[in-house]
Write a protein that binds this ligand. Sequence first.
Ligand SMILES: Cc1cc2nc3c(=O)[nH]c(=O)nc-3n(C[C@H](O)[C@H](O)[C@H](O)COP(=O)(O)OP(=O)(O)OC[C@H]3O[C@@H](n4cnc5c(N)ncnc54)[C@H](O)[C@@H]3O)c2cc1C
Length: 379
Amino acid sequence: MTERIVIVGGGSGGTITANRLSEELESEIEAGKIEITVVSANPNHLYKPLYLYIPLGEAELEDTRRPLVDLVDHRVTLVYKRVTEIDTDGKSLAMDDGSELDYDYLVVGTGAIPQPEETPGLGEDEPGHHFYGPDASENLRETLANFDEGHLVLSVIGTPHVCPAAPVEFPMIVEEWFRERGVREDIEITYTYPIQRLHGVRPTAEWMVPRFEERDIETKTFFNVENVEDGTIETLEGKELDFDLMIGIPEFTASPIIEEAGLGEEWMEVDRNTLESEHAEDVWGIGDVTNLPTSKAGSVAHYASGTLVSRIASEVRDQVPTATFHGKTICFIEAGTEEGTFIEFAYDREPVVRDENRFLHWSKLGYNEAYWLTARGVM
Ligand SMILES: Cc1cc2nc3c(=O)[nH]c(=O)nc-3n(C[C@H](O)[C@H](O)[C@H](O)COP(=O)(O)OP(=O)(O)OC[C@H]3O[C@@H](n4cnc5c(N)ncnc54)[C@H](O)[C@@H]3O)c2cc1C
């Protein structure tokens, strides 16, 4: 009998897992014992870290996407449909076209969905911009190109935010970008964060303080954006801040199918070491959709996929799964347009941010090119 492994999501987690699994289970697939299917609402794979560069004209939308069919191993079946329901008792998925797909093993990698509309005044045709989607980052490019004086405010609205680094990087990159264009003296920059320090990860917050001071980037903490009116941000704490250009890091949620399937209340609840669902048999989570106690970053999905593939392969082979995930996370951080650094941590290893240098900036740019090999499961 053929057993079906179904992976929902063709993002970083789903794609890397599919490619590594098809490699690992090559002989079982060839013998007709295993079938692997990826179900994705989007026929393209999106490399979202490039959204950071689009507003500055340093990346194009075409650079961010590749057809899944060009990235995913030929042994994997691709289904371009949206999953509307997960029935973990009946081991079946319902799709937006009314069809159903049964599974024996299920991997959920549906990501974290930006919710700018949760903040009045943020999003398309609103005074507040963001760069967490293709259209939003392109709109911001147009606005930024015409911005040569006034007050730019970057506000982190929701936590956890996808990618711990992007909100830190953007003010430092744009500050240098304004200097390069000779307009920095006419622009004031303010960064706001909802808790009492500049970032949820304490060493990142500590690293930011002198760097933001050096660059004359104003900061405000305990700043919880409630709404964005024309020219003014109002906060839950009753503060007001005037702006000429506002960029928000929006709130994020999991797809509603997670809660509806009983897989978690806010995020998909998984064991932090085995990635198994806390609520259903033969179901695993990968990437931003999970409640893993680490960052919502592509690197986490990448490292976790190794554990996932090994555990699923053991299950398929009736062996005891032994691989465990220890929360390995690495994120590059751009410190302007010329230098960069990275932060690294794990469940039992405190985050460390090193001093920035040119080599690490070029490493980040190099990785942005090499990412497509990661997606293929090669590195
Ligand atoms: C601006 C920005 C900068 C970033 N920078 C970095 C960085 O420097 N380093 C880093 O490590 N990470 C970075 N990230 C984060 C990284 O992009 C994410 O952590 C990563 O994409 C998570 O992968 P994922 O597979 O969990 O989710 P995603 O990549 O979001 O993929 C989710 C997939 O699920 C599909 N899907 C969703 N719902 C359904 C459904 N109901 N049915 C079928 N398919 C569905 C989607 O179509 C998509 O294919 C950044 C993100 C952004 C936005």
